[in-house]
Design a protein around this ligand. Sequence first.
Ligand SMILES: *Cc1c(COP(=O)(O)O)cnc(C)c1O
Length: 458
Amino acid sequence: MAPDASTPTKILLDESEQPTRWYNILADLPTPPPPVLHPGTLQPVGPDDLAPLFPMELIMQEVSGERYIDIPGAVLDVYRLWRPSPLFRAHRLERALGTPARIYYKYEGVSPAGSHKPNTAVPQAYYNKQAGIRRLTTETGAGQWGTALAFACSQYGLDCEVWQVRASYDQKPYRKIMIETFGGVIHPSPSPLTEAGRAILAQHPDSTGSLGIAISEAVEVAAQHADTNYALGSVLNHVLLHQTVIGEEALLQLAKVGETPDVLVGCTGGGSNFGGLAFPFLREKLAGRMNPVIRAVEPASCPSLTRGVYAYDFGDTAGMTPLMKMHTLGHDFIPDPIHAGGLRYHGMSPLISHLVNEQMIEAVAKPQRECFAAGVQFARTEGIVPAPEPTHAIAAAIEEALRCKESGESKVILTALCGHGHLDLAAYDAYLSGRIEDHALPEEELRAALAALPPVPA
Ligand SMILES: *Cc1c(COP(=O)(O)O)cnc(C)c1O
């Protein structure tokens, strides 16, 4: 069946059709990804190593080989505030491009935080509550993850304490206000509340902070208090697992209109929205039921998948976390201050890295001006101002649609619009007034950062 312009604009699922299981791609991989290593012993980490920071349910999900994991009823209940999320056919964008391609986007901006992040914040808060934890700590850059976790904690009566990178804390007050409105407590990082923060402030009283420093502060407080755990918003297996509700819903929605994707594109910071959309489709591909090209899109100024190395590295700048084998630019790499704050991470999810290494998915990098141009075209046609991060995916979708225009192919393109940009309007202002530049990452800078990789025997 070849649907045409008669496909509905908005493809919805009833609550009764809501997926009730998360999909664990580890069960279907031909080869498993390399283990996470203890930074001291260089031996694989065990559940006990992670127990000071995470509840056992999440640790077991991190290493689970089960293909499906049931979503607890108390999590499904909260999901229903915004799930199932809509799938849109981008008729108006297609028309503006003059392409025979059919473009679909799964819209996660309808969540309480305005992004996909609550899909994992809610189960993380739930399992911590079940384990008797009273408070969660975390870091946040631009504030998307802090907002999602503050919301999730408010649903289960947990305290939420967030360390926000000082530069964003000062420049972007609206996320801070949202976090406080949801009942969270927010500190600019570096803060005088932790050893890690005090050490930085002693040397650099005017430090504008970094994600690495903020992680160190949040982890320190969680490790020191038995009633407090730490929560991470991307990168880890259990985070990508929770995000598979995006892809499972999209599969059902496309089936309703008789479509299967030929190309799937998504933006990658730590890999969670991309993995969440792609993994259920990759399961179908591995089973021979469809054959989409699956493509990750990253910023040209923070190109871990396309220019980094696949090696063991720390997850944080200070070098306190376990070692993960991933595509990395080096843990002390500091990317240019591009506006897609959620994509400024030196590493990549070990699962996504493994799949790229196995050539099961591909990766491209995009400069930010092309992305903002795509975001503006999307806003003017589809009526949604995208967050700067998913403009990378939109730029790649438009590129593919224009290739179809050349070749006359009517491919089906699927992407995740993982968040709206209502709190990123200053970035659009900068673009619209010509103040945004493309940063090329010099080869020397990359080499210097990669020289700092920890030595791990093969
Ligand atoms: C956090 C965030 C990202 C980057 O994280 P992933 O784990 O790669 O999805 C992308 N887009 C938005 C809107 C975000 O909030």
